[in-house]
Design a protein around this ligand. Structure first.
Ligand code: URA
Length: 434
């Protein structure tokens, strides 16, 4: 078999066989297929798509490119959640310790920033010392010991996804349903959790712009997960504006900790509580939604989740003093408000443009080897439906260069739409697939 023939076959819109997909994933993982061939292949998939059989084959091949963990020695059921990617999406930083603080093991393989969407691993790495590359023994030991672990792809955990993910980030090949489904589900299968909640984002700051596409992605991932014996549910959640107020790695860590201290933005708190409640229902910890909410609200309100967060950061060699001292996080040299140009209501925001602006400020990567500036980002002070007066601080921008500050301020302002009458704010959770 030759990789060039596989690329050409998909370029011509033909279906790849399981043997061809296995050959591609295996060769790419071992470094025999080059980055430029894999990037060309990803672009053909982006343009031509894949059917369900191909997507399932790709998922399983990527999951099996490293170890597939059997966590039955840790617990009868390990819980996990995964987002399809959004702007300001720091949900894992709150949901993971909340679930673990209820005594339920939470084990997750996460990703880095992807296109305009931020990544949990990059956010966690803004905490000094935090280690995201755990091998399988470390992953299992930490899960046993602290009930919570979040790792990235490594040479022995979903390495094929790790490599392809980094290429997709910088080659315009992110927003493809089969590539997203296989990327997410390969990590979920490899990391071994039996109960998985998928948080599929829809809207202007998501890869899926329509509810039809988001539901199709969710249903396909649920089917793939069920096919390998995992219990999988999904929420279709709104991403028409940044989730919470903060976008940018360190800033999102601060917002997540504030949330664990009971001072989070209303939309973000509500989203995290609902996600946790859905996880409890999926795991059959309870069959009653009100009871699920009561359990997670109590772990948030009595400080158990915050305590678990500190334990988790410490277990992965991060500096847990961050819980009480945000000054240990990278901080930008320029922090200034950007003001509203007119009176009115916020009618809409181009959330994708907000994501790209933060990437260009240094908060994401333009090339695979780029390093991230963890300090940069923005804190937004108005959500859709809220009133502003001309001159009010619309957002606070954190930058490390004057030129980048000016460019980002202009772009972020242009991303806002205003109206004279009050628009209806978007619904947070559009749909639940149980
Ligand atoms: N999250 C992933 O892990 N992969 C994607 O492709 C998108 C979101």
């Amino acid at each position: 078999m030759r990789v060039v023939d596989i690329i050409a076959k998909k370029r011509d819109g033909l279906e790849l066989t399981q043997a061809e997909i296995d050959f591609f994933v295996d060769g790419f993982t071992r470094g025999e297929i080059t980055d430029y061939q894999a990037a060309a292949w990803a672009m053909t998939v982006y343009l031509r798509g894949m059917n369900e059989a191909e997507t399932t084959a790709l998922t399983l091949a990527m999951a099996r490119s490293g170890s597939v963990l059997d966590l039955s020695s840790v617990a009868p059921r390990v819980l996990d959640k995964h987002s399809s990617g959004g702007v300001g999406d720091k949900v894992t930083l709150v949901v993971a310790p909340l679930i673990a603080s209820l005594g339920l093991p939470f084990g997750k393989m996460s990703g880095r920033g992807l296109g305009f969407s931020g990544g949990t691993l990059d956010k966690l790495e803004s905490i000094p010392g935090f280690r995201v590359t755990l091998n399988t023994d470390e992953f299992i030991a930490q899960l046993k010991h602290t009930n919570i672990v979040v790792s990235g792809q490594t040479h022995d955990l979903a390495p094929a996804d790790g490599k392809l993910y980094a290429l997709r980030d910088v080659t315009g090949t992110v927003g493809s349903l089969p590539l997203i489904a296989s990327s997410i589900m390969s990590k979920k299968i490899a990391a071994g959790a039996q109960i998985i909640l998928l948080d599929v984002k829809v809207g202007r700051g998501a890869f899926m712009k329509t509810e039809t596409d988001a539901v199709a992605l969710a249903e396909l991932m649920v089917k793939i997960g069920n096919g390998v014996g995992r219990r999988v549910g999904a929420v279709i959640s709104d991403m028409n504006q940044p989730l919470g107020n903060a976008v940018g790695n360190s800033l999102e860590v601060i917002e997540a900790i504030e949330t664990l201290k009971g001072r989070g933005p209303a939309d973000f708190v509500e989203h995290c509580l609902e996600a946790c409640a859905e996880i409890l229902l999926l795991a059959e910890v309870t069959r009653n939604h009100a009871d699920a909410r009561a359990q997670v609200e109590s772990a948030l309100n009595d400080g158990r989740a915050l305590k678990k967060f500190a334990e988790w950061i410490d277990a992965q060699d991060g500096d847990a003093r961050v819980v009480n001292d945000y000054s240990i996080l990278p901080k930008a040299s320029i922090i200034q408000d950007v003001r509203a140009p007119r009176d009115g209501y916020v009618a809409g925001v181009n959330a994708e443009e907000i994501g790209w602006t933060i990437v260009d400020l240094g908060g994401g990567r333009a090339k695979k080897a780029d390093t991230i500036d963890y300090a940069v980002g923005a804190v937004f002070h108005r959500k859709i439906g809220e009133r502003v007066a001309r001159g009010d601080a619309l957002l606070t921008l954190h930058a490390n260069s004057h030129a980048k500050f000016q460019d980002a301020a202009k772009r972020l302002l242009a991303a806002y739409e205003f109206s004279d009458s009050k628009p209806t704010p978007p619904t947070l959770i559009h749909k639940v697939i149980r």
